[in-house]
Design a protein around this ligand. Structure first.
Ligand SMILES: C[S@@+](CC[C@H](N)C(=O)[O-])C[C@H]1O[C@@H](n2cnc3c(N)ncnc32)[C@H](O)[C@@H]1O
Length: 268
């Protein structure tokens, strides 16, 4: 097997997620699937942006993530909300949960850190860990959504990467609940359009009392998938009746959708 996933969701990046990522249209969108198919598993649950509100609503949901730091912060948030979920640290391609599920969902996690063989293996694990008749709900951001970094798919543009970091002092800071200030920057280190793969670097900094006390750099590998390709991959591992939604709304995607959500059935 290839090396473990390389993702940047550790240390200060995990703390940033816990501090600043707790809303978004995905929460209500995925909740409908969980309500109609329990028990459910949140794959790549992060710090519990979706999971914690679902648990508070009384839904039967477990969570897993490759990052022990994200899971630890998710557990803290769950405990402050008075719930104690089953959480485990696992890369999705080695998914081995304690029970089978009616719904497995993955929001913003597919293709991160892994290689393409691991991504195909993750889809096989999702299929294996669903009950017959169960549903997988998986979102995917289209590779062409943003001009940066889409322009680096063109060979002549790639000479400009990696770009120099802008001065950290000029970056906008956000204040955390602990009174510390945080700033975050990211840049593309490489894009391989043949492999449909990017490597990003993130730097996150923290100031206490106006003094820079921590600065961390983390790397993320990311595999890009186009819609027809991902649909074929799902069908290849045995999923059927694949329905597509655009941008976390119960509508078919259009050419202007940023996200495509794949809703796929394990045959009963
Ligand atoms: C963008 S965050 C999304 C978190 C959460 N799903 C949400 O929407 O708030 C991506 C998460 O995927 C996790 N992750 C990245 N690669 C993974 C992998 N190969 N297997 C499992 N989790 C992974 C990261 O640790 C991180 O918590």
């Amino acid at each position: 097997m290839a090396e473990g996933p390389e993702t940047w969701h550790y240390g200060l990046v995990a703390e940033w997620w816990a501090e600043f990522n707790d809303d978004g249209p995905e929460i209500a969108y995925f909740q409908k699937f969980v309500e109609s198919g329990q028990p459910s598993l949140d794959v790549a649950c992060g710090t519990g942006r979706l999971l914690v509100p679902y648990l508070k609503a009384g839904l039967d949901v477990d969570g897993c993530d490759v990052s022990a730091d994200m899971i630890a912060l998710c557990r803290e948030k769950a405990e402050s909300a008075g719930v104690s979920p089953t959480l485990f640290v696992q890369p999705m391609h080695d998914l081995d949960p304690p029970r089978a599920y009616r719904t497995i969902f993955c929001c913003g996690g597919f293709g991160l850190g892994s290689d393409r063989e691991q991504d195909a293996q993750a889809l096989r694990r999702f299929h294996e860990c669903l009950e017959p008749g169960g549903t997988l709900v998986l979102d995917n951001e289209n590779p062409y959504v943003r001009e940066y970094p889409w322009r680096y798919w063109v060979r002549d543009e790639r000479v400009g990467i990696p770009r120099a970091w802008p001065p950290l002092e000029e970056e906008e800071r956000r204040q955390g609940s602990d009174g510390a200030e945080y700033a975050q920057q990211s840049r593309v280190l490489d894009i391989d359009p043949l492999e449909q793969r990017a490597t990003y670097e993130m730097r996150t900094a923290m100031w206490l009392g106006g003094e820079l006390t921590r600065e961390e750099h983390h790397t993320l590998h990311l595999n890009y998938y186009f819609t027809n390709e991902l649909r074929l991959m799902l069908e290849d591992v045995g999923f059927a009746d694949v329905v597509l939604h655009g941008d976390h709304e119960v509508e078919p995607p259009t050419r202007d959708s940023d996200f495509v959500v794949f809703i796929a059935k394990k045959p009963g």
